[in-house]
Design a protein around this ligand. Structure first.
Ligand SMILES: Nc1ncnc2c1ncn2[C@@H]1O[C@H](COP(=O)(O)OP(=O)(O)OP(=O)(O)O)[C@@H](O)[C@H]1O
Length: 483
């Protein structure tokens, strides 16, 4: 862990002047500490080289601590937003701003990566903690850890409830308190004075009351979530959702002013798209992102990259074996046709009245891309499409909805059938699949509008709003990208 170089939080600088501020950031930057806080904002410097600070280990540690408990990092900010989302049930917004090539996109990817990974970790962390404490220390300690790890959402509202009373009587208010609870519990067992026994009973009663209260609250919350799911079947009203997390590359709210860089390897290792994947998308974009893309152009672009071009059947037979009825070439060609059709539907929603992209899902999933990605023209109140275009350039929204409900509704038998077929991609965990889709969604958008500039060969030409909707557990259930 970083030794404190300079001052982690510029607010704490003794003589706060511009020179001192820059000097402090510079001192830290020279030691490869590219992040510095200004309160709950983060200043990030583009290091222009790989910094190994983005492993899942780091994600886990930032996910389990408060923002000021660890050295400044973009993950600290992401965790703050994520925890506030869960604790206060209020939408959170992270704004990224900085000059071209300063590292907004890289920081954005790190945030999305953090959010898609963190829930996994916090779940397993909670379970581990709970089982270890309950085996070693009995009910009182296990309830203490479950309060800390699983019911943070209620922490503020419970300040006069049984949980905090219990914690206060132990002088504990943080994660570290679990061990102090444990120590005092074992002491009482060694010297069971009448006062201590009474205290134990009171504690146990409180724990029981707390657990039933928790149970009740969870039921209520689950009902609310059911309501939210149905409500959000429509992609038009996403902005009113209770628990939405926004990321945008435009201005500053409780966040972050990046001037950073990044490492494609790190995002690659965390499930982000590979360079080649990105290039593929960019190649398709070059032909198709014009205002009125022609079908011919699109299909030409696609066939250039299609696998069947290697085996395709031309007038003189299969290009590989020369056989005029080569079945492999025929099936590849059929697959290719379907992919083209799906791709055209992506670009021309009007070709697909349902606006859903099931046709392209198989090929896109194979490329590790988005399974249920719908590109649609925004229908907000900007008047006609032409009017919107003149106001905002190309205004489109990409929505990604995994069949969250459908997955839930899927019967056990169907699931078993799917999972028993090792050759299909569908046997991946649906949540894992959605997490991957969230990570890839931005790449899809980048492919629509990025450009190569002198400063940055992957420069985003549009500001974008990237909404991740999460359920009450913090699992992602959908994404909207607007630019
Ligand atoms: N944290 C980082 N670590 C390592 N390299 C970085 C980091 N942030 C940015 N970079 C490098 O800087 C380059 C530009 O970053 P990025 O594309 O994120 O800038 P940007 O602010 O989004 O630019 P634009 O506004 O033009 O889209 C990246 O390709 C990467 O090589």
């Amino acid at each position: 862990m970083e030794q404190e170089i300079g001052t982690w939080d510029s607010v704490l600088l003794e003589n706060l002047s511009e020179d001192n501020f820059i000097n402090n950031i510079h001192q830290r930057y020279k030691r490869d500490h590219i992040y510095t806080y200004i309160g709950t904002s983060v200043v990030a410097i583009n290091p222009y080289h790989h910094i190994s600070e983005q492993s899942s280990e780091v994600i886990r540690s930032y996910g389990s601590k408060g923002i000021f408990q660890l050295p400044p990092h973009i993950y600290g900010l992401a965790n703050l937003a994520f925890q506030s989302l869960k604790d206060q049930s209020e939408d959170q917004c992270i704004l990224l701003t900085g000059e071209g090539g300063s590292g907004k996109t890289e920081s954005f990817k790190m945030i999305v990566n953090f959010i898609t990974q963190i829930q996994d970790k916090s779940h397993s962390g909670a379970l581990k903690k709970q089982s270890s404490t309950s085996s070693s220390a009995g009910g009182v300690q296990s309830s203490c850890s479950s309060t800390i790890y699983r019911h943070r959402r209620n922490s503020s509202s419970c300040s006069i409830g049984p949980t905090s009373n219990y914690m206060l009587c132990k002088n504990t208010t943080s994660t570290a308190s679990a061990s102090s609870c444990l120590a005092s519990g074992s002491q009482r067992r060694q010297s069971p004075s009448p006062t201590a026994r009474r205290c134990d009973m009171v504690v146990q009663q409180r724990v029981r009351a707390e657990s039933s209260e928790r149970h009740g609250k969870r039921n209520i919350r689950e009902k609310m979530v059911d309501f939210d799911f149905s409500h959000h079947k429509s992609t038009e009203n996403f902005q009113i959702h209770d628990t939405t997390l926004h990321t945008t590359t435009a201005a500053v709210h409780r966040s972050h002013i990046p001037i950073p860089t990044t490492i494609s390897t790190i995002s690659g290792s965390a499930g982000a798209p590979s360079k080649s994947c990105f290039k593929h998308h960019q190649a398709t974009q070059v032909t198709c992102s014009t205002a009125t893309p022609s079908r011919t152009a699109c299909s030409t672009a696609f066939s250039a990259a299609s696998p069947s071009s290697k085996f395709g059947v031309n007038s003189s037979g299969c290009r590989q074996c020369g056989h005029s009825k080569c079945t492999r070439a025929q099936s590849l060609e059929k697959e290719d046709r379907e992919r083209k059709l799906g791709f055209l539907r992506t670009l021309h929603p009007q070709l697909n009245p349902g606006r859903s992209l099931s046709a392209c899902s198989s090929t896109h999933i194979q490329r590790g891309s988005c399974s249920n990605l719908t590109r649609q023209h925004s229908t907000e109140s900007y008047g006609s499409r032409d009017e919107r275009s003149s106001l905002m350039g190309s205004t489109q929204r990409i929505s990604l909805y995994d069949a969250h409900k459908l997955n839930q509704a899927m019967t056990a038998a169907q699931q078993e059938q799917q999972y028993s077929q090792p050759s299909t991609r569908r046997h991946k965990d649906p949540l894992k699949r959605l997490r991957d889709c969230v990570l890839y969604a931005d790449v899809f958008l980048e492919a629509m509008g990025n450009a190569s500039t002198l400063k940055n060969n992957n420069s985003s030409r549009y500001g974008k709003l990237f909404d991740i909707e999460v359920d009450f557990k913090g699992d992602p259930i959908g994404v909207h990208i607007t630019h």
